[in-house]
Design a protein around this ligand. Structure first.
Ligand code: IVH
Length: 694
């Protein structure tokens, strides 16, 4: 956000087409800037830093000033735009590209690069250019292309490539990318008031991994790579969710209405001055040698970059020369992409086996004849799910390609002998669990098959124990996977409650354990009784209840008993808890086996209720989602928040259909008021509230 703030400070305040109107003009511009920023924080980030009241006052002042100065009318002013329409969209508006969005010709060898460079030099010579052409080398970012349109310095549209001539306007989502300015300061160069800038939207590795981890916890299908994840994210209709994912953008092509630079390189420097994120990895090269140096440097160094890359882009630097060279139907002649070789090898798929995960998901695994790849020996690769195997069209005995791309885990990317598929039989997924024989089920909306026998299927039983002792859950030292395997096979632990019945003597009776190692386990178990309720809830391993959801649930339901007795509506009142999670929680507590386990955990002294500093006073507000708005006379906002929690209620930040009531002081925020009216939500004042909890 800091970057965004700086950029807002850059809004043009000296537009020379307008008559200066003294102080009031400045006031208008600064209010517009401030309110636009607040709108963004409110609607997109859900993290306003201004009270609704202050927002409203400033908006009102701006309206008055604008009425007084019609000559300063601006359709982009916050008075002219309803911030809330960000989310009401049902789809995206399609728009024609001003210039077709072309792709690049790909090459894979030094030879191809030389050929391209020599051809370019030759064509330019024929056109009278004697000097060897300059070529800018850039990183080829592996995301999806975006075209941003700025009018009078304001971001107006953000089009995806679409079909090259028409794209989707995904501007609300693009606005969540902090490094893309909403508005630029062009006053030093008015030729920069209207322009188009193109670049790549990416999901950095770190965010990609975090997202997939969350999806795994929620049992949602994983994204295969950051590009797919970025593309899926950009197509989401709720910019709030997009904002949480943390997209990034690198810009690489600046198209102004009037010429502003002689070279591509200089044009990017200008774009950088305007506040755009231009990759620092750019070099003007004067020979094939220099180009090859750049390529070989980044071929290894790219692994240190925070985002996915798949090659190098070469562009003729001089813009006039670019024009001379022109375009083919699909690609510019003045640019070319060199694609990095993914490391890949051929090997035989000996057989497909099936793994049963902690939650019963069945994953097909390719067992391979061992092969050397990027310095490691690869013997196995995940095949993800049934659909993935079908798409590859592979089966036992096929020769396949194994690749190690940006992702660390090797993957099978195809079959070497394309023809053999015609003779082979269609792929059939197994129908019963390879571990317990139970018939598998497949949720219609998911690609995964599951074994439903969660209480008796051994890997699921073990998986629940492994998850329970994990660092982020109960953090029980000494109980590693191998130890759990051993204890499980000796029937010492078959479920999580058994852990608390373990005695040092039981452990010492097993081979390989000494007094010390047994004591570490016993101490770890003892310490786990201090783990707070929210983490215990996560540790239980209820389907779809990941770490974050567990925290939110534990806040709303201060004990396992209150959670176990909650109905669907009460569960869904918790942030992020939808129907699927609510049903899963209810199903968990309806299972008699789980009830027994919980009783045993309770008896062992595991924290199954909150032990906060805030001691509950009553549960008069149990299950209530309350929004506070405005200023109060009798207590501070924070005091009211605390009272809500002490009485079992939940503080919600925004008004939704799940809001139970609004506690309103003076000058309640206009947006909240409007929303409350629309949804028919009750509004109560301080006195009524105090009465309610007295
Ligand atoms: S220039 C007319 N520069 O690669 C030239 N493209 O395979 C427009 N890409 O569609 C493209 N990094 O989405 C250019 N530094 C870079 C790039 C880049 C990634 C993408 C872009 C393009 C695709 C072509």
């Amino acid at each position: 956000m800091t970057q965004q703030l700086n950029l807002f400070d850059n809004i043009d305040e000296t537009d020379n087409t307008l008559q200066p109107a003294g102080n009031e003009r400045e006031q208008i511009l600064s209010l517009r800037r401030e309110l636009a920023e607040q709108n963004y924080k409110y609607y997109v980030l859900s993290a306003p830093t201004m009270s609704d009241q202050e927002f409203d006052q400033k908006m009102h002042l701006l309206e008055q000033l604008e009425q007084k100065h019609p000559e300063l009318f601006d359709p982009a002013s916050p008075t002219q735009r309803v911030g809330s329409d960000l989310q009401k969209k049902s789809g995206f508006q399609q728009m024609e590209h001003r210039h077709p969005m072309l792709s690049l010709a790909n090459t894979y060898s030094e030879q191809d690069i030389s050929q391209w460079y020599n051809r370019v030099a030759k064509e330019l010579r024929q056109a009278g250019v004697e000097q060897a052409p300059e070529v800018v080398c850039e990183i080829k970012y592996d995301g999806l292309s975006i075209s941003l349109w700025y009018e009078n310095g304001v971001l107006q549209h953000a089009l995806t490539r679409g079909d090259g001539t028409r794209g989707d306007d995904v501007i609300d989502n693009i606005r969540t990318i902090k490094s893309i300015p909403w508005q630029v300061d062009y006053h030093r160069n008015p030729a920069l008031s209207n322009f188009e800038i193109r670049g790549e939207v990416l999901l950095p590795w770190q965010s990609f991994e975090r997202l997939n981890k969350e999806r795994e916890e929620q049992e949602e299908p994983l994204f295969a790579n950051p590009r797919n994840a970025a593309s899926g994210t950009l197509k989401l209709l709720d910019p709030k969710v997009v904002a949480q994912r943390g997209l990034e953008a690198y810009l690489y092509y600046f198209i102004t209405d009037t010429a502003v630079a002689d070279t591509h390189y200089d044009s990017l420097l200008l774009a950088r001055d305007l506040g755009f994120n231009i990759s620092p990895a750019m070099r003007v090269c004067h020979s094939i040698n220099e180009i090859m140096e750049f390529i070989s440097y980044w071929d290894t160094e790219r692994r240190t970059l925070p985002v996915a890359t798949d090659g190098i882009v070469l562009k003729v630097n001089n813009l006039q020369q670019q024009q001379l060279l022109g375009y083919t139907a699909k690609t510019p002649r003045w640019a070319i992409a060199y694609k990095f070789q993914a490391e890949r090898q051929q090997t035989r798929l000996t057989h497909i086996s099936y793994q049963v995960g902690r939650t019963g998901i069945i994953t097909p695994v390719a067992n391979l004849e061992p092969v050397q790849l990027s310095g490691t020996i690869v013997k196995r690769a995940t095949l993800h799910n049934e659909d993935f195997v079908r798409q590859l069209g592979i089966q036992d005995g096929d020769i396949v390609w194994v690749e190690k791309g940006g992702e660390i885990i090797p993957k099978i990317t195809g079959k070497v002998n394309e023809h053999s598929s015609e003779q082979s039989l269609p792929y059939k997924f197994i129908t019963t669990c390879p571990e317990c024989g139970t018939p598998l089920v497949r949720d219609p909306e998911q690609a995964a098959w599951r074994c439903p026998n969660e209480d008796q299927c051994p890997p699921q039983q073990k998986g629940k124990i492994q998850h329970f002792v994990e660092r982020k859950a109960m953090n029980i030292d000494g109980l590693g996977d191998e130890t759990i395997d051993l204890f499980f096979s000796r029937h010492l632990i078959t479920n999580i409650a058994d852990i608390y019945d373990l005695r040092a003597d039981d452990i010492l009776a097993l081979e390989g354990f000494q007094q010390r190692s047994a004591q570490i386990i016993i101490d770890g178990i003892e310490q786990s009784k201090q783990v707070p309720w929210s983490r215990v809830l996560f540790a239980l391993g209820i389907r779809y209840v990941g770490e974050t959801t567990a925290k939110k649930l534990a806040k709303q339901f201060p004990s396992i008993d209150s959670l176990a007795s909650a109905d669907e509506e009460q569960l869904r009142a918790v942030d992020d808890v939808g129907g699927q999670i609510a049903l899963s929680i209810m199903r968990y507590f309806a299972n008699p086996a789980n009830k027994t386990i919980i009783e045993r955990l309770k008896a062992a002294g595991v924290q199954l209720k909150a032990d906060d500093d805030i001691q509950p006073v009553s549960d008069k507000l149990r299950g209530k989602n309350i929004v506070i708005s405005g200023t109060f006379a009798l207590h501070s906002r924070d005091e009211y928040k605390q009272m809500i929690e002490q009485n079992g209620g939940h503080n919600a930040s925004s008004v939704s259909k799940n809001t139970s009531f609004i506690l309103a002081g003076d000058n309640m925020g206009p947006q909240k008021l409007e929303k409350a009216r629309q949804l028919g939500i009750e509004i109560i004042d301080e006195q009524q509230f105090l009465q309610l909890i007295s």
